[in-house]
Design a protein. Structure first.
Length: 364
């Protein structure tokens, strides 16, 4: 693979993307069906070139590079990716960024979005070039035309004038739109052949992932906790007064007064207004002095006054829940899906590496 990069702008005309139908046969029926299924994903858009069918997102993360304003963004073998193509493809991300970000941060994220979009388009060209090199394959125009008619029928109530108006709004001719539609179909079924159809996750893989997840599917023991917190004071005199106050509150609780009412009256914690209710918590999430006391209490019991840090605490456990483990049967589908995504990414990355090694790629 030869990859070059410089800052020079080139002005090139885009080479044709078609395959000579006179020297190629139609796609096998299975791949024709794959293409048909894949293209249903783009029927809601009038710019199918944006749907790269690569399963890629455009994450943010700065690269500090100035974006060219015109000309050629990259060359992939004898094909070019223009700056206009990149800027058009990143429009949805750009709109979102401009609504949420400003200044230097906006510039950084726009540069990153440009780079990520360019990378996606380069990968698309690699896939399209791989298709062109397979001279025994072709995607007949009649399949693209058939899908176009279906989109007009289902999305535009068979109103071809409305369809044309939408194309005009995007600045596209029918021929340009169908060319992009065809590219998306090609990318989709080649990805299915080289990646999706090869993804395999065995039941043993799913079970191993479950065992490896460890505490991920375990819920620790919990208690429903109420707490009264009183400032412990600063001086020796204040400390003595506060301690007596806390002990008096505890005596009132033991005498039968409502913990909830007293918490609202005297507690100085953030949950005082809730009657000292901290809800269901993992005792280990509290500071050690409190965790030990919580674990020793039975439901309904009132703790002694507990000094912790600069404050005094009185605790009550309303209820207890034992630790639980989410059964394998309830999470196996989620685990399988995640493993399939990981395997698909691995296969896709390997596929791209292979295509890059055979390609000439130059970014401007």
């Amino acid at each position: 693979m030869l990859i070059q990069s410089n800052r020079k702008l080139l002005f090139r005309s885009r080479a044709g993307d078609g395959v000579d139908s006179s020297t190629a046969t139609a796609l096998p029926p299975r791949l024709q069906e794959s293409a048909r299924r894949a293209i249903s994903a783009v029927e809601t858009s009038l710019w199918p070139a944006l749907v790269l069918a690569l399963g890629l997102l455009l994450p943010a993360g700065g690269i500090g590079k100035t974006i060219p304003v015109e000309g050629c963004a990259a060359q992939v073998n004898d094909r070019t990716v223009t700056v206009t193509e990149v800027m058009t493809a990143m429009q949805p991300v750009e709109r979102q960024l401009r609504e949420t970000t400003q200044g230097v941060e906006l510039d950084r994220k726009l540069e990153d979005a440009y780079e990520k979009t360019l990378q996606s388009l380069i990968e698309r060209e690699l896939i399209l070039d791989a298709f062109r090199q397979q001279k025994d394959m072709n995607l007949p125009d009649k399949i693209v035309q058939s899908r176009t008619e279906e989109i007009v029928r289902t999305k535009f109530a068979n109103n071809r004038a409305a369809f044309r108006k939408a194309l005009d709004g995007d600045g596209l001719t029918l021929e340009e739109w169908q060319a992009n539609l065809k590219k998306s179909m090609i990318v989709s079924f080649l990805r299915e052949r080289e990646v999706d159809s090869k993804v395999s996750v065995s039941p043993q893989d799913v079970r191993a992932a479950y065992e490896k997840a460890g505490d991920t599917f375990r819920t620790p023991a919990q208690v429903h906790l109420r707490m009264i917190m009183i400032d412990g004071g600063k001086t020796d005199e204040e400390i003595a007064v506060k301690r007596k106050q806390a002990e008096d509150v505890r005596k009132r609780l033991l005498a039968g007064e409502s913990f909830e009412d007293l918490a609202r009256q005297v507690s100085q914690s953030a949950h005082a207004k809730d009657g000292g209710d901290w809800g269901w918590i993992d005792p280990a999430s509290r500071r050690p002095e409190l965790a030990t006391a919580i674990q020793a209490l039975k439901p309904g019991e009132i703790s002694v006054v507990i000094p912790a840090g600069e404050d005094l605490y009185i605790l009550k456990v309303e209820g207890q829940r034992a630790a639980t483990v989410i059964p394998f049967e309830k999470v196996q589908d989620t685990l399988r899906t995640e493993l399939e995504k990981q395997e698909a990414k691995r296969l896709y990355d390997n596929w791209m590496t292979s295509l890059r090694q055979k390609a000439f790629i130059k970014k401007y």
